[in-house]
Every structure is written in C-alpha cells, then in structure tokens.
Design a protein around this ligand. Structure first.
Ligand SMILES: Cc1cc2nc3c(=O)[nH]c(=O)nc-3n(C[C@H](O)[C@H](O)[C@H](O)COP(=O)(O)OP(=O)(O)OC[C@H]3O[C@@H](n4cnc5c(N)ncnc54)[C@H](O)[C@@H]3O)c2cc1C
Length: 488
C-alpha cells in the first residue's frame, strides 16, 4: 500500500525536491509540506534589484544571498531542469572561459591575488608553485600512511598525511572556507570529499594514482530523466539561471501548487512530532494551532531543530553532534572600472586560507570573494561589476568586521588597488546556515538510519537535508529524489 499521507517538514531545496519526487512516486498519496517562513526556498535567496549606474542609467542585477553556482555533474539538478523545462533560463559558464580557468588565493600578509594554476605551464610558473609542486610531485611516492583501523579523519589531517602541512593549510583550508565556511581541521574528509578518501584506497595509498585510475564509486543505481541535459552541459564549468537559483525553487513551488494531492503551507512551523507506535501514525502540531496525522514523515529540518520537536521519551541519536557555520554575505555592485583599471582580474574569485595565527578577531574575517559578474555573466543588464564577499564561519566576527568601510579597505588591499564608491551594497547575516559534517559523520548517520529502520519508527520517518546527506544543492535535490525509496 502506498503511504496514505506524507508530511514533509521544511520547504527548502530538500523539502521541495522531496515533495516533487514523492508526488511522482506516489500519485495517490496526500502530501503536506510545512514551511515555517512566509516564503519557500530555505537558504535560496535570489533577488533582482535595480541599480543606477555611474551615468545615471538604470541597470538590473541578480543578487544571491545563498547558493549561486551549480556544478553540471549533479544529475539530480539536471533532471529537475529537464522535468521543469528550465533549460531556456540557464546561464552557463564554459570551461574555456576565464571565470572557469582563473581562480585565485589571497595569502594574508602578501600583496595581491595569486592565480591557482590550471595548466602544466602555469603549474610551474605560479607563485604558489613553492607549495604545490613538491606536494603534487611527491604524493604518489609517499608510502601508504593511513593509520590502521581509522574510518574517518579531518580533511586537514588527511591532506597533511598525503600532501604535507603547507598544502593542507593553504589549499585545503581555503577550499573548505569556500564550500563549507568551516575549519578543515573539523570537517570529515569522508563526508565532505568521499572521492579523495576512496582514491587513496584505490590508488594503493596515493590519492593522485587513485584519481587517475578513475575507479567509479559504488553508487546505488538511480534512474534520472535527463533528456538532453548531459549534452547541454558538455564543456560547462558551472551554471545558474538568468533569475538566479530561485528559478529552481520557484518552479518547484509552481509545479507542486498545481497538484491537488499536495498541500504547501508556508508561515506554518512544526512545533512537535509525535509517533503513535500502536497505530503507526505521526501526530504533527504546528505554530498555527492545528495538528494533523500522517502515516509517513520526511524531515528536512536541520537535525538540531528536529531534535527539539521530538518527545524526550523517543529521542533519535546523533542529531546534535555537528556544529554549523554562521556567515555574513555582502553583495557589492561597482561601476565598471576605476579610470580604465578593471575592478578585478578576469576569473571566478578568490579564497583566503586559514591564517597562520589561527582564527581570531585580528583577521579580516573574510573567507573569500566571488566575482559574480564574471563567474555568471548573463544575469544582469548594463556593465556593472558585482562581487560577493563571504565573512565569518570559523572566524569570530565583531560588528567592525562587517562594516562597509572596513570590508572595502580589505577588498582594496586584496585586489591591490583603490576601489570606486559602490553603487549598491546588500548585507545578510545568516546564523547557522551551513552544517559542518564533522569527523565520524557518515557512521553516525548510518546509526541514525538503522534506528529509524527499526521499531518503533519502522522506516516511516526519514531524516534528510543538508545536515545529513551533504550541503550542496545537488546533494539536497538528490536526497529529495531518494526520499521514500523503501516505502511501498
Ligand atoms: C550563503 C550560502 C551559500 C551557499 N552557496 C552554495 C553554492 O554556491 N552551491 C551549492 O551547491 N550550495 C551552496 N550552499 C548550500 C545550499 O544552499 C544549502 O545546503 C541548501 O540550500 C540547504 O537546503 P535544505 O533544504 O536542506 O535546508 P534549508 O534551506 O535550511 O531548508 C530547511 C527549511 O526548514 C524550515 N524550517 C525550520 N524550522 C522549521 C519548523 N519548525 N517547521 C517548519 N519548517 C521549518 C526553514 O525555514 C527552511 O526553509 C550555500 C549555502 C549558504 C547558506
């Protein structure tokens, strides 16, 4: 028997994807999705704003306060673009474009940005060669050095073992700042970068040999309805949509609202989730003072939030073990150039590694900057320059760190020249927005799933979302696609 009534808790990417795929899998089931905020989308926050340029002409730009770029290897994303007919809204960045080839680091205490090499010639000529060349050339010859019996470790300790400390601190910490806004000494390598963990094993101890041998991960077989999306993504480095990532969530909401079996409720927070083991039903109470019963539940809430909703008599394991990062996102729009000097070099943007002195308030607090108008040209009218600066994560922030004059001063020093007056600044402070999947996360989630599979839960509650299965947009949409796979 298909589920009679599925409740989905949370209306971000994971919740909307779950509702969409479950409504296709179980067309006769009633689905109720509850979202606490007045709008759906969770951390997806795209807005189009009007800006007056330096000549007084109006231009319009898309600003992202949440996710901004997608990678073409996530089949769950490509499938939704195909099924929701969003192909004509895509903005593609080709692998041959400067935005795909040029990514930079800013090393605190040095002058200007340093190009991360993307070809053999640039590999040897780069100012980062001092760190990169010995790390990469020596790695295949380092002996197998995974300590016996370990099943996970931090990305930092993994990279130190294989590539040495300077590489781990410079490249590893910067990459983790860019994706997780987190400390690479806490993030689990297996949860966040499973491919490199597996590559070490497959390469007989060498990550590089393992990556070159291209052993496929043993993923569960899942069918995707991709249409011609794989061809459309040929040669694409990253992509988004003309109106930003909200194109995806808006299209999902529109599609779900057309389905009479799906009820989407925004502005309704779940206040408790109780299981009646005798009747195998859930009772869900809400902030709008109504409650209802559901036969099956998908929680896409952050695990600590779910933990609060459960009765103390029936807790679930490991919901509160990960921390999460808080981030300040500043969108800044500049006129095209300052006396003919480009505001930034052509490229995707730059990241800043962990300071050698550690994370304290003496640092700028900046994790990195995306050159949006270069990374995703095609979203805006006019020739304005759009940057997004990310601050916080492991850096403790004071109000001074996020004040505009201070941020602009740091930005000018990173870019190596003075900056013109910004035309527009939007600043967003996101508390606990990206979970840090800490060492041991995968094993803890296996234990959680085992508890949910057994009585009294009996497989009727699924706990998914960024804090469980991975934070990327692709991970979240994939989790929604797989929700309820074992329900009949
Ligand atoms: C600043 C930032 C930049 C990012 N950049 C990228 C990027 O470029 N590329 C990429 O792939 N990923 C990026 N990510 C990651 C990605 O956007 C997130 O991991 C993803 O949006 C999380 O989706 P989710 O549905 O799992 O969680 P959420 O978006 O957190 O959704 C959960 C929903 O549950 C709701 N909720 C909470 N409590 C209750 C309650 N009691 N009852 C009902 N509803 C409740 C919340 O309001 C929320 O809408 C970024 C994230 C952030 C924050």
């Amino acid at each position: 028997m298909p589920p009679s009534h599925i409740a989905i808790l949370g209306g971000g990417l994971t919740g909307l994807s779950s509702a969409y795929h479950l409504s296709r899998k179980f067309p006769s089931s009633l689905i109720t999705l509850l979202e606490k905020q007045p709008r759906f989308g969770g951390w997806v926050r795209s807005e189009r704003v009007q800006v007056k340029d330096e000549r007084g002409n109006m231009a319009s730009v898309v600003l992202e306060a949440g996710p901004r770029t997608l990678r073409p290897n996530a089949k769950s994303v490509l499938e939704l673009i195909n099924l929701l007919e969003l192909k004509s809204s895509l903005v593609l960045t080709r692998k041959t474009s400067p935005a795909a080839k040029n990514r930079f680091l800013y090393i605190p205490g040095t002058n200007g940005l340093q190009l991360i090499p993307s070809s053999i010639t640039s590999f040897f000529s780069s100012s980062l060669a001092r760190i990169l060349v010995p790390a990469i050339l020596r790695e295949p010859f380092r002996r197998y050095n995974r300590p016996p019996g370990i099943t996970d470790e931090s990305l930092d300790s993994f990279l130190i073992r294989r590539f040495g400390e300077p590489f781990a601190r410079t490249f590893g910490s910067a990459m983790v700042h860019g994706i997780y806004a987190a400390d690479s000494r806490i993030l689990s390598v297996r949860a966040a970068f499973p491919t490199v963990w597996d590559a070490e094993e497959n390469g007989g101890g060498s990550v590089i040999r393992g990556l070159l041998s291209k052993n496929e991960r043993g993923e569960a077989a899942v069918d995707y309805v991709l249409g011609d999306m794989v061809t459309a993504m040929d040669g694409v480095s990253v992509f988004s949509f003309k109106e930003g990532i909200r194109t995806l969530t808006d299209a999902l909401v529109l599609e779900l609202k057309r389905n009479p079996k799906v009820q989407l409720q925004s502005g309704v927070g779940v206040t408790s989730l109780r299981l009646n083991p005798l009747h195998q039903t859930f009772e869900i109470t809400t902030s709008s003072h109504f409650s209802f019963k559901a036969s099956h539940v998908v929680s896409t809430l952050s695990p600590p939030v779910l933990n609060i909703l459960l009765p103390p008599s029936l807790p679930l394991p490991h919901l509160t073990e990960n921390t999460s990062s808080s981030v300040t996102v500043m969108n800044i729009v500049f006129p095209p150039s300052l006396s003919g000097h480009p505001i930034h070099p052509p490229g995707f943007g730059y990241l800043i590694p962990r300071p050698s002195s550690g994370y304290d308030t003496s640092n700028s607090g900046i994790l990195g900057t995306v050159f949006d108008s270069s990374a995703l040209s095609g979203q805006d009218t006019g020739r304005l320059i759009k940057l997004t600066i990310m601050l916080g994560g492991p850096h403790p922030l004071t109000p001074s760190h996020t004040s505009l004059p201070v941020v602009l001063k740091h930005l000018a020093s990173h870019l190596g020249h003075p900056l013109p007056e910004p035309l527009l600044v939007h600043s967003h402070s996101h508390a606990s927005c990206i979970p840090t999947l800490s060492v041991g996360h995968l094993e803890r989630m296996d234990e959680l799933r085992a508890v949910l599979k057994a009585l009294p839960w009996n497989g009727r509650l699924e706990v998914i979302g960024a804090g469980v299965g991975g934070v990327s947009v692709g991970d979240c949409l994939e989790a929604g696609k797989r929700a309820g796979c074992v329900w009949r």
